[in-house]
Design a binder for this molecule. Structure first.
Ligand code: KIV
Length: 267
């Protein structure tokens, strides 16, 4: 196992090799140019322009409202910032639920109008035809099994997934259909381990335990920027909410008491 992450552009082949060699894959969400550039330069292997953009950036209740045009607007910036990372873009609701033609067109727009490299599609066995159509069109697809936020209303909430037979079947069928990787969200850890053992393509986990080829988190959770509920699995490595609050409070105070701008900030 090599301790150093690859230095050249990450591709689906790199990810497959990393998984094979048990070299952990790192993945984080990004929605804008400066953040994507920081994550890329920090050595994160994959960036995800997630439809979590709807909640994290747009302040919506669910991932459902974000549109394809909005995803493309953000993906274009992230793709341009990423020099090394492999960039995956979510197919937002309902682009992966309506006709096959519509899913293909959405995937093609993402690859044509941004410099990103792949799409992510929520669903497992029932999405086999769409995964195959995208892959056959040369559009790399990451399948997303387990908890599927786009189906939150049908599922009645965000819950840990424990139906081992269905989950293993979903992941296996997605791989057979041509998915280059499978993202596993909020699945009980022993089931995730079974999925990773069963598949030959990389597995990327979120809230699904350690037995995966890689881990993904929402960057705002990792940085401590999220207000309100943060899921149990989301480890905060910083408290940027506090840092930003202190900085802007200090600015406010210095403007009010005439301390800013000083001579050194004036012409
Ligand atoms: O949209 C998103 O952020 C996701 C998570 C699984 C990371 O899909």
């Amino acid at each position: 196992m090599s301790a150093n992450p690859p230095t050249r552009r990450i591709t689906t082949a790199t990810l497959a090799k990393m998984a094979l060699q048990r070299q952990p894959i790192t993945m984080l969400t990004a929605y804008d140019y400066p953040t994507a550039a920081i994550l890329d330069q920090a050595g994160i292997d994959c960036l995800l322009v997630g439809d979590s953009l709807s909640m994290v950036v747009q302040g919506r209740e669910t991932t459902l409202p974000v549109t394809l045009d909005q995803m493309i607007y953000h993906a274009e910036m992230v793709g341009r910032a990423a020099q090394r990372a492999f960039v995956v873009v979510d197919l937002p609701f309902p682009e992966g639920q309506l006709s096959l033609q519509r899913t293909l067109r959405a995937g093609a727009r993402i690859l044509q109008e941004t410099t990103c490299h792949a799409v992510k599609l929520e669903g497992g066995s029932e999405q086999a035809d769409r995964i195959a159509a995208l892959a056959n069109a040369g559009i790399p697809v990451m399948a997303h099994v387990g908890l599927r936020p786009q189906s939150v209303h049908q599922a009645g909430g965000y819950r840990v997934q424990r139906d081992a037979e269905r989950l293993i079947n979903d992941a296996t069928v997605a791989q057979q259909a041509g998915a280059f990787a499978v993202l596993i969200e909020c699945v009980a850890a022993p089931i995730t381990a079974q999925i990773t053992q069963t598949l030959t393509v990389p597995t990327i986990g979120i809230g699904s335990g350690p037995d995966v080829s890689g881990q993904v988190l929402v960057t705002h959770d990792l940085l401590g920027l999220t207000a309100g509920h943060v899921p149990k699995f989301a480890k905060a490595y910083a408290n940027l909410r506090q840092t930003i609050t202190s900085a802007v409070q200090q600015f406010g105070q210095e403007v009010r008491n005439g301390q800013y701008p000083g001579q050194e900030h004036s012409f």
